[in-house]
Unconditional design. Structure first.
Length: 258
């Protein structure tokens, strides 16, 4: 079967005139005490911040940037040893940079094939903070990626443009609760009630929940009581530049013993 050819939008975009690298942060599974996945986070070639990189992204080079993020994430994760264990790789993508899901995925597939990287271990996450200029197009991307066997995650849930309206249009495999909902969760009854409601809603929709930005054991314990299984944050590990960081063993033991 022939591959789809690149669309006009893919061919006409500008090339990037800057380089990027990736850092990796684990998403922990509280049931197993092991990483469920690693999120690839963009950095400059010498470890410069994501903000400094994203400031260089324009509508003209957005497609090239999105493509390079995918390539660098897969290559970097393979070099860092992700394939030596069962963890998945979560890659951020820009829905507004995807002209055709089938055409724009070809470089990703080629990169994974060259490294024997199983594509069913890839998760693509997009942020609710990016304004959806065409929600129907985003729904098509989600459905197409799920049909191809990828996981799809909606990041920063609760902080962006559409919220529950997005879940009414399409159901990702995972939602990631925005860290502002998590901060101080243990001491805030309204936050606990909101998070508990989202977790119950997602369970009914067969959607996994990841809580991100966890910094304290008190936040972790509150999330455990609510029933959140997957956790991401500095409590366990900061992102490792071009590496899979060591996870705080004491926190893992405490999490599993609780």
């Amino acid at each position: 079967m022939s591959r789809p050819s690149p669309c006009a939008g893919c061919r006409d975009g500008e090339a990037m005139d800057f380089d990027i690298a990736m850092a990796f942060q684990p998403i922990m599974d509280l049931q197993t005490g092991a990483p469920f996945a690693y999120e690839a986070l963009v950095r400059g070639p010498a470890g410069e911040s994501a903000a400094s990189v994203l400031a260089q992204v324009t509508p003209e080079n957005r497609y090239a940037f999105d493509q390079q993020c995918r390539v660098k994430a897969i290559q970097g994760a393979a070099r860092a040893g992700l394939l030596e264990g069962p963890a998945r790789l979560s890659i951020n993508f820009l829905p507004n940079a995807v002209y055709s899901p089938q055409a724009c995925i070809q470089l990703t597939l080629a990169t994974a094939a060259a490294l024997d990287f199983p594509t069913d271990r890839l998760i693509f996450e997009f942020t609710e903070n990016e304004e959806m200029t065409d929600p129907a197009h985003v729904a098509n991307i989600v459905a197409s990626y799920q049909k191809m066997g990828f996981g799809v995650a909606l990041d920063d849930f609760g902080a962006g443009h559409a919220g529950l309206n997005l879940l009414a249009r399409f159901q990702p495999d995972i939602i990631k609760l925005d860290m502002e909902l998590i901060r101080g969760l243990d001491a805030s009854l309204p936050r606990r009630i909101i998070v508990d409601g989202v977790v119950k809603m997602c369970a009914a929709l067969d959607i996994e929940v990841i809580a991100e930005g966890i910094k304290t054991r008190a936040e972790l314990e509150a999330l455990r009581e609510i029933g959140v299984r997957y956790i991401q944050g500095y409590l366990f590990a900061k992102p490792g530049f071009q590496s899979l960081p060591a996870v705080a063993a004491t926190e893992v033991r405490a999490a599993r013993a609780a």
